[in-house]
Design a protein around this ligand. Structure first.
Ligand code: GDP
Ligand code: MG
Length: 603
């Protein structure tokens, strides 16, 4: 197929607006698949995606569409819509010249619609706007068209009305893809070759498989290719396209998307976002992939220490397929050996732990998430500590004698809510130290509120709180907004005067006391009474921020034996001794692992 007849596009939408259903319907209309119960949402391969109805890894499908009697080759690149997966999103968008922006006609424009639109425009992509679900009763099309016009300047006449479910408007969408989206550009001359690695996975039979888009030249079987990143050279062993079934081909032409295998030993060599070229014919990389910094960290521990190696295998396997997680070993006196894992965001973290459970049957304990702070050391200490000290856990903390300034991550959050909830949302945001940036009406009844918020306040309960106070009507999305100077202190939790390192936390001074109070109260509720008084304190240096006492209780297990029966008494004492084994010492207190988990996970 000549280049002018190729279109590379992607579908983007707020969650549940019908992206996957539309992809299925398109493939069905062009005859690439027949929809039955089993292959519904064929592009969402991972189980977690099917269950949550979200797309995590970008998938793709190529098919021929008959446009006014002419065969067009359309490549549909499925992107994960959420900003948490923005690394995946930008890799997919690098291969596209346009997007179909799907908006649920009943829900209207939502927070993620805004980020999707902005991302598409930032990447110079054509946008084909689609109002989906017009089959539903009570949809207000005018109001939706209004929103698209007022927020994005989209001409109402260019919006396609569709129902992915009932198959309305599908051909109109495909025609618009051909009409409004440009064919891919290539600049190749002679036998130059340049292609982008979009994704990679491990196949039991084929080994490492790479999903690629050819930018310049023709990639053929047997070609010798070199990676820009690793400089390693390989021999192309097999080539194919995804229709979405895998079909072998002898060559992949410019603008086309397909997969290849070569003599790569592991998927570790297949770095997503890497550019390849013909051996001895170096090229500029297509994408400058920087590994994104994790924004949310959590401790992952096996529920039993004997599950450690199973969990390790599972974590290794998933991270092979997900280059954006960062993994460091960590040990905790109470939970044993585990890992501190960094994620791009909360959804990313949730999806990762769900995959552990669903694909590998691995049970895990997740500790409460935290965000990475940065500390700039005093000028004379830069030599010793470097320009910046990354503080991923309270263990990395350094005090005022070292620190010149503290920096904390912030995000730009977009919230879309019905007008009547504006006040509640404003107070939630200000209780999270948010700063209002902008408020605009998106139509007669709904507003878009933009806030700058500290990420640390988002990772705790923000989503849940927002849903609760808006009766489920509020939608929220956020993007990175860098770091700002901030006040930061370390709060320790002490049991009978002894600090428990795992319970320490970093906090803005304004939140230290309330958070300390909550933690201390929770410990009081969860810790068993001891034979002596137990003081629970939250402290900052020598200052006590919160305090509770658990009164002593004599726990006499033999009390109910009325003295007499000696064997019964001995049995009870033995039971109690075994019970102790399951306990671990914190300070001078024995705390069961279950209690510890409750405190650490904040469940
Ligand atoms: P995604 O999260 O954007 O991929 O959304 P899905 O394709 O998973 O769709 C979310 C829900 O909306 C599913 O229950 C679909 O069956 C439903 N849905 C999708 N398109 C339509 C439509 O055109 N009409 C109706 N009534 N429901 C739809
Ligand atoms: Mg989906």
């Amino acid at each position: 197929v000549p280049l002018e007849r190729i279109r590379n596009f992607s579908i983007v939408a707020h969650i549940d607006h019908g992206k996957s259903t539309l992809a299925d319907r398109i493939l069905e209309v062009v005859g690439a698949i027949s929809i039955s119960k089993d292959n519904k949402q064929i592009l969402d391969k991972l189980q977690v995606e099917r269950e949550r109805g979200i797309t995590v890894k970008a998938q793709t499908a190529s098919f021929i569409y008959d446009y006014q009697g002419q065969d067009m080759l359309l490549n549909l690149i499925d992107t994960p819509g959420h900003v948490d997966f923005s690394a995946e999103v930008s890799k997919s968008l690098a291969s596209c010249q346009g997007v179909i922006l799907v908006v649920d006609a009943k829900q209207g424009v939502q927070a993620q619609t805004v980020s999707n639109y902005n991302l598409a425009v930032a990447n110079d992509l054509a946008v084909v706007p689609v109002l989906n679900k017009i089959d539903l009763p009570e949809v207000d099309l005018d109001s939706c068209l209004n929103q698209l016009e007022s927020l994005f300047d989209i001409d109402p006449n260019s919006v396609i009305l569709a129902s992915a479910k009932s198959g309305i408007g599908i051909e109109e969408i495909l025609d618009a893809v051909v009409d409004r989206i440009l064919p891919p550009l290539t600049h190749g001359q002679g036998d130059s070759l340049k292609f982008l690695l979009q994704d990679s996975w491990y196949d039991q039979y084929k080994g490492a498989v790479g999903l690629i888009q050819v930018f310049d030249g023709v990639l053929k079987l047997g070609d010798e290719i070199t990676s820009v990143k690793t400089k390693k050279t390989y021999n192309v062993k097999s080539l194919g396209i995804l229709t979405p079934e895998e079909v072998s081909v002898p060559a992949i032409h410019p603008g086309q998307i397909g997969f290849f295998t070569c003599n790569m030993k592991t998927t570790k060599e297949a770095i997503v976002g890497d550019t390849f070229h013909r051996i001895n014919r170096p090229v500029e990389p297509i994408l400058h992939v920087s590994t994104p910094n994790p924004m949310v960290y959590s401790g992952f521990y096996p529920t039993e220490s004997s599950y450690y190696s199973n969990l390790k295998t599972a974590i290794d396997k998933i991270s092979l397929n997900d280059s954006s997680v960062s993994i460091d070993p960590e040990t905790s006196p109470a939970l044993g050996s585990g890992w501190r894992i960094g994620f791009l965001g909360l959804l990313h973290m949730e999806v990762f732990s769900q995959r552990l459970q669903q694909e590998f049957d691995a049970e895990v304990i997740l500790t409460q998430p935290s965000v990475p702070y940065k500390i700039i050391p005093k000028p004379h200490l830069v030599k010793k500590f470097g320009q910046e000290i990354w503080v991923k856990t309270p263990k990395d903390w350094v005090d005022k004698d070292v620190a010149e300034t503290y920096l904390e991550p912030i995000v730009k959050g977009t919230i879309i809510v019905p007008e009547e909830y504006m006040q509640q949302v404003a107070s939630l945001c200000s209780s999270c130290r948010g700063i209002a940036e902008d408020t605009t009406f998106v139509d007669q009844t709904r507003v878009r509120m933009v806030y700058t918020l500290p990420l640390s306040d988002i990772v705790t309960n923000f989503f849940d709180d927002l849903k609760r106070i808006t009766s489920g009507y509020g939608s929220f999305d956020y993007e990175d907004a860098g770091y700002i100077h901030s006040q930061l202190i370390k709060v320790d939790i002490l049991l009978n005067g002894k600090p428990v390192p795992e319970l320490s936390f970093l906090s803005n001074p304004s939140k230290a006391r309330p958070t300390g109070k909550i933690k201390v109260a929770k410990l009081k509720e969860l810790l068993p009474r001891q034979l002596y008084d137990v003081a629970i304190q939250a402290t900052r240096g020598k200052t006590i921020l919160a305090r509770e006492t658990i009164k002593a209780a004599r726990k006499d297990v033999t009390a109910k034996c009325y003295g007499g029966d000696l064997t019964r008494k001995q049995k009870l004492l033995k039971n109690q001794a075994e019970g102790k084994k399951r306990l671990r010492a914190i300070g001078n207190i024995q705390v069961s692992k279950e209690t510890f988990i409750k405190v650490l996970t904040n469940k």
